[in-house]
Design a protein around this ligand. Sequence first.
Ligand code: CP
Length: 306
Amino acid sequence: MNIKHLTSINDLSREQIEEIFERADKLSSFYVDSNKPSSDSVFIANLFFEPSTRTRLSFETAAKRLGLQVLTMNENTSSRVKGETYLDTVLTLEAMGAKAFVIRSKDEDICNQLVETLSAIKPHIHIINAGGGQKDHPTQGLLDVYTMQQHFDSLTDKKICIIGDIKHSRVARSTVQVLKKLRINNIHLIAPKNLLPDSDEFKDCFFSEDLKTGLTDADIVMALRIQKERMQSSDIPNTEVYSEQFGIKSERLSLAKDHAIVMHPGPMNRGVEISSELADSQRSVITEQVANGVLIRMAMLDLMLN
Ligand code: CP
């Protein structure tokens, strides 16, 4: 398989997604031999123009486990503050030897724009979207569905509930796109009216403004972070009211199936969209999502660079 860039799940076929998952399985116990010098000829650049813990550090961990070198740029102390463009930043690091660029930005189109420009002048460069605006977070979508698959023989008949700020969520968009590519269709989106997206954007998903209806008989329950930084103040009255109506907690999860798993892409607002008790319970697979994030990112880098 040849994956040149990953700007969106739309870049991938069903077969490519399955191959990424198979590669992640194979890499689960792979660590480069630390007694041998790691490859100094290939390095990736982490360009995070928005805060991140999981994505940035798991790309770094993934690269190191594969024996790649990693450069991480801090935007606040870089020449970006003097007005240097994204393109010039990439070209500068490419001149130093970077081959792949992992990019997070508020600008949802920056990765596509870079791919378009660079394909003519630097066709060997790889671009990976590590979260762009509200639109795409492809490696998060992949790791979410990879984690779901580890808990069930098949997802085809499973009721998958995504609860919370779906309207502003690049995670929800990418996770649903992966599910759809794998022809998994029993997807329920649950939120207050102001946080539900347009139905055109999430075709064939079930929409609900009622948590109890949505949670009933669920197999998989994923809570999303309330994104105060992207939200109009009028979208929800306040976080207390939101938590009362849409926060998931143990007693509410009794509506779901006994085997239901609880997910959250992180970072969590404990006590708002998810109770601490549930986040730390046996049903929670939140730290498995983090661990799988490393494997999925290893798989992506391995398939792109080798
Ligand atoms: N899930 C996620 O993207 O987390 P970070 O913002 O910490 O990378």
